[in-house]
Design a protein around this ligand. Structure first.
Ligand code: NAD
Length: 323
């Protein structure tokens, strides 16, 4: 395996001491969440990602009912490189059978994940979509259980993920500093929704690493459009499709524009994009490298922002709490 390309920027992840690639590999698509993908293509995508400088890989037992973790595990093993050359995050508390953030379940969960990933430890274990649980249980039971997993060296860092931004302030205001190392927000720093931006100063003041996922808004900002299960309103879907069609007509790539938009904010340590083919890896890494060399395509971006303005910052409900 060739050494990772020096061209893809590495950014510090909060106070963890880790340096993660600006483009992170989202492995949800390896669980066939976004359509079919063969095992060979999954392994080849992971290989191509690492070869092009991506060192950060994110998965969950929930994605494809454990399939994503298994596929990622095979892909990472096939790299044949020392374990400290890549950073792996997985999650706990959300499963195909439902949610369970109890200490007992998350403690068992990491052992199951490590087996599927064929690893001795993960760098980050994140409580997955905590708005579906009791946030007080997350603070008082789940996170303390994860601290024990840290002591047992099964995980290095603790994270929380979810959609409503209020969950992050709720938890971070209650736990002692340094307890939660990273947060993962999704669908809130892309061209159609940039509401994470207002929270960045607070998150930085707490010293947490900031991961922003779904720069393509889970497929809304792609030519093929989103999968069936996408929770956006019909209006949001149709306006995003109009934006994608406009780009195509102009000979521009909506995915490149969207990647570059999310990558531009350096307070975000890594932009996690879901990928399931060698071609997508190549395109998304190239978008980052071209951004560093040439900057954003301001003209097309302004046109796309104008098309998206009627739905700017429109989101959808998630979880059992009010955000
Ligand atoms: P995304 O916005 O990254 O979009 C993924 C979709 O875009 C897939 O269909 C993928 O095949 C396609 N795609 C990627 N690159 C493309 C390209 N160059 N051209 C055309 N299509 C392209 O959405 P996502 O996968 O949901 O989010 C990224 C990752 O972030 C996930 O895989 C997961 O690891 C993580 N994530 C975590 C949470 C959470 O913890 N709650 C939520 C969402 C995402």
């Amino acid at each position: 395996m060739a050494a990772p390309s020096p061209n893809l920027e590495l950014r510090p992840l909060g106070n963890t001491g880790l340096k993660v690639s600006s483009v992170g590999f989202g492995a949800a698509p390896l669980g066939r969440v976004f359509g079919p993908v063969s095992e060979d293509e999954a392994i080849a995508s992971v290989r191509e990602a690492f070869r092009r400088g991506i060192n950060f890989f994110d998965t969950s037992p929930y994605y494809g009912g454990t399939l994503s973790e298994k596929m990622l595990g095979k892909g990472l093993k096939a790299l044949g490189v020392p374990r400290n050359e890549y950073v792996v995050s997985t999650k706990c508390g959300r499963y195909i059978e439902g949610f369970d953030f109890s200490a007992e379940r998350v403690t068992r969960s990491i052992d199951e994940s490590l087996e599927r990933l064929q690893l001795d430890y993960v760098d980050i274990l994140q409580c997955h979509d905590i708005e579906f649980g009791s946030l007080d249980q997350i603070v008082n039971e789940t996170i303390p259980a994860l601290q024990k997993l840290k002591e047992a060296r099964k995980i290095r860092f603790i994270g929380i993920t979810g959609l409503p931004l209020g969950i992050f302030t709720y938890v971070l205001d209650q736990v002692p500093p340094g307890t939660v190392d990273v947060i993962l927000s999704y669908c809130h720093y892309s061209i159609n929704d940039s509401t994470l931006e207002d929270l960045l100063p607070y998150l930085k003041s707490k010293g947490v690493g900031i991961i922003s996922a779904s720069p393509l808004a889970m497929g809304l900002l792609t030519e093929n459009g989103p999968p069936e299960w996408h929770p956006a309103s019909p209006e949001l879907k149709s306006v995003c499709q109009a934006a994608a069609a406009y780009c195509k007509e102009k000979g521009k790539s909506i995915t490149k524009l969207a990647m570059q938009y999310s990558l531009s904010n350096k307070d975000i340590s890594s932009v996690l994009v879901g990928m399931n083919s060698v071609g997508q890896v190549e395109e998304n890494v190239t978008a980052a490298i071209e951004l560093a060399k040439f900057g954003k395509d301001q003209e097309t971006l302004a046109e796309i922002e104008a098309i998206l303005s009627p739905v700017k910052n429109q989101t959808w409900p998630s979880g059992i709490q009010k955000s």
